[in-house]
Structure formats: structure tokens, C-alpha cells
Design a protein around this ligand. Structure first.
Ligand SMILES: Nc1ncnc2c1ncn2[C@@H]1O[C@H](COP(=O)(O)OP(=O)(O)OP(=O)(O)O)[C@@H](O)[C@H]1O
Length: 191
């Protein structure tokens, strides 16, 4: 089955259902899709392999590549740098897979400043109230984090309304219907 692009950006507020949809996609179409491998300056944990779990690099090397514009985005968490390089995305395509980038709004904007030409898909919750229910239902965040995610979702939803922000907006109300929409955005339709 042919896809409509080699790279897909999937974005949407935390709790909108990106992981749920992607898990199903990867399960139903094994071997077709891949995630890019991120870089980090933190040391590998036991069993983590360089070039598999992460590209483990030094701070100096990563800072130089970031300054050189080789990264889509990078950020520092608890003293360690993390980021996705443009090459890491191209590497997925080079091995014959379709690259899926699961990123937030800042990431989407950053991808737009690269030469990658993905299709942009936004996964939207039916309403903020339902998003809140799902975030609480997932039970993975503390109250503060739930509130921060709900607050961030406002800007994500507003950006998605801009005409050229996304190629497809999928409203994740009924999961079956949303998954079908995802498939039709990703796969070329047979006539
Ligand atoms: N259509 C749906 N109907 C009901 N519940 C759903 C639906 N889609 C997802 N959920 C549930 O909502 C919660 C959030 O979904 P998920 O974890 O996939 O969101 P996410 O967008 O990947 O979030 P994050 O960006 O934080 O990783 C999960 O508990 C999931 O089971």
C-alpha cells in the first residue's frame, strides 16, 4: 500500500489520542512505519544501545550540530540535552520506512523550517472537557500536570485553526472513526 508521504507529523494536545492511534497503526502495519532515533547527552542506561535507543553524544558535539542547524529541535531536561536531528528522520526514510514524528506545536513549527516535506496531521479532542476527562482517566499525571496540559492545549487548538498549519485535522471522538480517518490521510486511496 502506498502512502501519501514518506514522513508524517502527528501532533495534538496531550491526551488527544496520538499514542493510542499510532500504537494501532504500528500494530496493524508492521514494518512499514518507524520513529526517528533521538540524540541525547545523557549516558546510556543498562541495556540501552547507541544508535538503537538513542544516539548518545557529548554535549560539545550536540551543541555544535545544533548551532549548525542540523536539529529540528532540541531541549534540555534536568541538565541533559535531547533532540531530533534532520538526518535521523531521513535515515528512517532511507531504510525504506515511513517516518512518523509525534511532536508538539513547537516541533511542528520547527519542522516547517527544515527541508523535510511531511504531511501534517492534527489529532483534536472533541472538546476541552473531554480532553480533561481523558487526561484524568489515563491517570498518569498529577493535578498540576493535567492543568498545565489543558492550558497548553488551548494554543495547540488555536494554531491548528490556522489555514496552513495542518493537512488533516482528525477529531478523535469515536476511536474507530478517528482511526479510519488516520488511515485515509496516510494511505493513498485506491480508485
Ligand atoms: N476516541 C477515544 N475515546 C475514548 N478514550 C480515548 C480515545 N482516544 C484515546 N483515548 C484515551 O485517552 C487517553 C489519552 O490518549 P493518549 O495517551 O493516546 O494521548 P496522547 O495524545 O498520546 O497524549 P501524550 O501527548 O500525553 O502522550 C488514554 O487513556 C486513551 O486510552
Amino acid at each position: 500500500m502506498k502512502t501519501t508521504a514518506n514522513i508524517f507529523v502527528i501532533s495534538g494536545p496531550s491526551g488527544s489520542g496520538k499514542s493510542t492511534l499510532l500504537k494501532r497503526l504500528f500494530n496493524d502495519y508492521p514494518g512499514i512505519f518507524g520513529f526517528s532515533i533521538s540524540h541525547t547527552t545523557r549516558g546510556p542506561r543498562p541495556k540501552e544501545e547507541n544508535g538503537v535507543d538513542y544516539h548518545f553524544v557529548t554535549k560539545e558535539a550536540m551543541e555544535a550540530e545544533v548551532a549548525d542547524g542540523k536539529f529540528i529541535e532540541s531541549a534540555t531536561f534536568s541538565g541533559n540535552m535531547y533532540g531530533t536531528s534532520i538526518k535521523a528522520v531521513k535515515d528512517v526514510v532511507d531504510v525504506g520506512k515511513v517516518c512518523i514524528l509525534d511532536i508538539d506545536m513547537q516541533g511542528v513549527k520547527a519542522v516547517k523550517n527544515t527541508d523535510l516535506e511531511p504531511k501534517y496531521i492534527f489529532v483534536q479532542p472533541p472538546s476541552v472537557e473531554i480532553l480533561e476527562q481523558r487526561l484524568r482517566g489515563r491517570g498518569t499525571e498529577k493535578e498540576e500536570a493535567v492543568l498545565a496540559r489543558l492550558e497548553a492545549s488551548k494554543a495547540e487548538m488555536a494554531y491548528a485553526q490556522e489555514p496552513s498549519a495542518y493537512d488533516h485535522i482528525i477529531i478523535n471522538d469515536d476511536l474507530e472513526a478517528a482511526y479510519k480517518e488516520l488511515l485515509s490521510a496516510i494511505f493513498e486511496q485506491q480508485q
